[in-house]
Design a protein around this ligand. Structure first.
Ligand SMILES: [Zn+2]
Length: 424
């Protein structure tokens, strides 16, 4: 009797799981993209390529360290470490505290953006940050902190407008939400790196800062098949030491001159009205001619539903205020945004002429994190497929659902305010 009961219970369980899996397909990018219930969207899931590779990466949401077993990472570090300035020491704490830091804020010898928004390095041989874009009356459109598990409504909106953007992804989020990262590539957005654990980079040792970027690049490669060539420092916190590390990894540093402060909503008294005013300030600058010769970049986020709803709310006004809204790479005519050469963005003239789709396809199937994805070029629409074995070997059964997700990061919002109120 007991045996029968257990069997029946098991059968019911299987049946209910079957219904559940029919209702929400969490095995493919296409299936995930169709989930609209935020509660379902943010349920952790197993995805073999990334879930099985977690031992090839630092623990998520902790400051990355270069793994002793990572021979490719060790080799890359060894190849660039000599190019990193040794006369710049880490500053403050990874949470943004600068208590006890002494720094010449008048002369700003390290071109520390956090202090004076410096974007032109004081050391030679280091590329300048990109804080504006060359195309007039144009907005470089970018969102930080994704992939967010509940971004489908926002990405659906962008798709409905045939609007592409640059998504600066956090490596830990990519490991948590790999199918959501794939959606960005499938939708034709450009992906850049936004570090592994979203700490203040200038506070980290050079090797840890390297690891923050390196493992973010590897995570994006693992789940999307492409390796970014741009990054954005969390909180804008970059100096010549960190710039040199990024340059050694082939990453352009993308910054901004305007901040929507959407990420600060609810922090230190910042209200939705304040955020609306900051959007309005950027828009009024455009209508008054500020961007008539050089286009603008404003800091906005995929951080939560509020920041994404703000982006949707202000999109019509941005469209009216600017002649063009384009991904950062498109604004820079950077038609090859990834290490992999089988994938290209439209040029600026192509994009504003109506050709907004990306070219090429990517596949992460089976390749190691340092290999190039196999390619089958398609005419106009990018596709991304994954499901390969990843860097740690063949897939195991989905039955052992190792939930690598479920941790909602508490970003160190407000810490930048702390810096602003200290040492200046
Ligand atoms: Zn961020």
């Amino acid at each position: 009797m007991r045996h029968w009961s257990d069997t029946r219970t098991a059968a019911l369980l299987v049946a209910s799981l079957a219904v559940l899996s029919f209702a929400q397909d969490r095995t493919t990018e296409q299936g995930e993209a169709q989930i609209t219930d935020p509660n379902q969207e943010c349920a952790p899931y197993f995805y073999a390529p990334s879930s099985n590779a977690i031992n090839s990466f630092p623990p998520i949401w902790t400051v990355a360290t270069l793994l002793a077993s990572d021979t490719a990472g060790q080799a890359k570090w060894n190849s660039i470490s000599a190019s990193i300035p040794t006369d710049i020491q880490p500053k403050g704490q990874p949470n943004g505290s600068t208590i006890g830091v002494t720094y010449d804020t008048v002369n700003d010898p390290d071109c520390w953006w956090t202090i004076r928004q410096c974007t032109t390095p004081k050391r030679s041989g280091i590329p300048s940050d990109i804080a504006s874009i060359p195309e007039p009356k144009t907005m470089g459109y970018a969102f930080d902190d994704g992939p967010n598990c509940s971004h489908n409504a926002f990405y659906d909106f962008l798709a409905s407008q045939n609007q592409k953007a640059t998504m600066f992804y956090i490596g830990s989020n990519v490991m948590d939400w790999p199918l959501e990262a794939q959606r960005a590539v499938a939708d034709g957005h450009e992906i850049g790196a936004h570090t592994w654990s979203h700490r203040y980079m200038t506070a980290l040792s050079s090797q840890d800062a390297f690891a923050e970027l390196w493992y973010t690049m590897q995570a994006i490669k693992l789940v999307t098949g492409v390796t970014p060539t741009s990054w954005r420092p969390p909180f804008g916190d970059v100096d010549d030491r960190i710039r040199a590390i990024a340059a050694g990894l082939g990453l352009e540093t993308i910054i901004w001159k305007y901040d929507s402060n959407d990420w600060r909503n609810g922090v230190n008294g910042i209200t939705p009205a304040d955020v609306d005013a900051d959007y309005g300030y950027f828009i009024s600058n455009s209508t008054s001619g500020t961007f008539n010769t050089v286009g603008g970049i404003m800091l906005t986020h995929e951080l939560n539903n509020y920041t994404m709803s703000e982006a949707i709310k202000f999109y019509p006004q941005l469209q009216s205020a600017f002649s063009h809204i384009v991904p950062i790479g498109v604004a820079l005519n950077k038609t090859q945004p990834y290490v992999e050469t089988n994938y290209s963005l439209p040029s600026f003239s192509q994009y504003v002429g109506g050709t907004t789709a990306t070219n090429g396809s990517s596949s992460s199937g089976g390749s190691s994190s340092s290999g190039s994805g196999t390619s089958t070029a398609s005419s106009s629409t990018a596709s991304s497929s994954s499901g390969g074995s990843g860097s740690s070997g063949s897939s195991k059964s989905n039955g052992a659902a190792i939930a690598v997700a479920g941790v909602t990061p508490v970003l160190v919002a407000g810490a930048a305010l702390l810096i602003a109120s200290l040492a200046l």
